[in-house]
Design a protein around this ligand. Structure first.
Ligand code: NDP
Length: 286
């Protein structure tokens, strides 16, 4: 029976560290870390994220501002806002909430955010630094996963790690981070042949697929550490991860639940990155 990796507990720990850091920076340098969130259109899930982010910023003593733009905003208008935020001294982190409406080119917008304030870690410059092994901002969900492993003293060195999913926001960066922590890493995707044969080799299994309860117990090795990134609605409309939690927990040594696992970590690491950014600005490194 697996032990639970409690994302809420780790998250509370990180947020306390961030709040202390915010206080310290304010006392030492007179700077309050600031996060600007940009939301275009009215995606209900994005609305919830942005609201939660604002609350988390306030709780940590950070400055936050929101820019809610109508669905019909043009790419030029959005670029103009991003350029303005790039040079706004109150703002140390810029977050453009995805998805953007179809008429706006996401790549153009994400590349317009200065890498110095790219707290999501999506800019190619920051992706390059991460791959090279000298990250400035590590994207928040993968960063949160590594924090959870660290918190519970789960050593990945020399272990077989299998990541299912190869997205730019989760699968690829988490695979790179595991690699840097000296795991032997395999990345799987929808064209992987005999997925179960690969996942059964995993000492550390990360599921970032987007399909409810897709990873079943027969795909998991006895004693594996299972990290479930998925946020899905199952057929009953209930929140479900990518892992069949009830069955897999009987086999795994550690497992993250959904909700209450990886999810809470994402916003915590966003705050962490914003604080780090503000510290760099304070030190004149930027
Ligand atoms: P994407 O849709 O961008 O990527 C999904 C990946 O899963 C793709 O690489 C895809 O392969 C792979 N995949 C899909 N079907 C299969 C299959 N049958 N077998 C093997 N691989 C498959 O999703 P994201 O990475 O953005 O998100 C993944 C999940 O994590 C979602 O549920 C999302 O909601 C959740 N999420 C949670 C966050 C959190 O804070 N906890 C943050 C971000 C995401 P291919 O590349 O071949 O298409």
């Amino acid at each position: 029976m697996a032990e639970i990796i409690d994302g809420k507990a780790v998250s509370a720990h990180v947020r306390k560290q961030v709040a202390d850091g915010v206080k310290g920076l304010s006392e030492s340098a007179g700077i309050t870390p600031g996060l600007a969130a940009v939301l275009v259109g009215e995606d209900p899930a994005s609305e919830i994220y942005v609201r939660n982010k604002r609350k988390a910023c306030e709780d940590a003593g950070m400055y936050s501002e929101e820019h809610r733009l109508p669905e019909e905003t043009t790419e030029e208008e959005l670029l103009a806002l991003v350029h303005r935020l790039n040079t706004d001294d109150k703002v140390h982190g810029i977050l453009v909430q995805l998805p953007l409406p179809g008429h706006i080119n996401e790549t153009n917008i994400l590349r317009a955010v200065t890498p110095l304030k790219d707290v999501d870690g999506f800019h190619p410059y920051n992706v390059g630094l991460l791959v090279e092994g000298h990250p400035r901002f590590i994207s928040c969900t993968p960063h949160g996963i590594m924090k959870m492993l660290e918190y519970y003293d789960i050593d990945v060195k020399g272990k077989e790690a299998v990541v299912v999913g190869r997205s730019n926001i989760v699968g690829k960066p988490v695979a790179i981070l595991l690699l840097h922590s000296h795991a032997t890493v395999t990345i799987c995707h929808s064209r992987t042949r005999d997925l179960g044969e690969v996942t059964r080799r995993a000492d550390i299994l990360v599921a970032a697929i987007g399909r409810a309860s897709f990873i079943t117990a027969d795909m998991v090795k006895e004693g594996a550490v299972v990290i479930d990134v998925g946020i899905n609605r199952n057929e009953q409309g209930k929140l479900a991860g990518d892992v069949d939690f009830e069955a897999v927990k009987e086999k795994a040594s550690w497992i993250t639940p959904v909700p209450g696992g990886v999810g809470p970590m994402t916003i915590s690491m966003l705050l962490w990155n914003t604080l780090e950014s503000a510290k760099s600005f304070a030190a004149g490194k930027s």
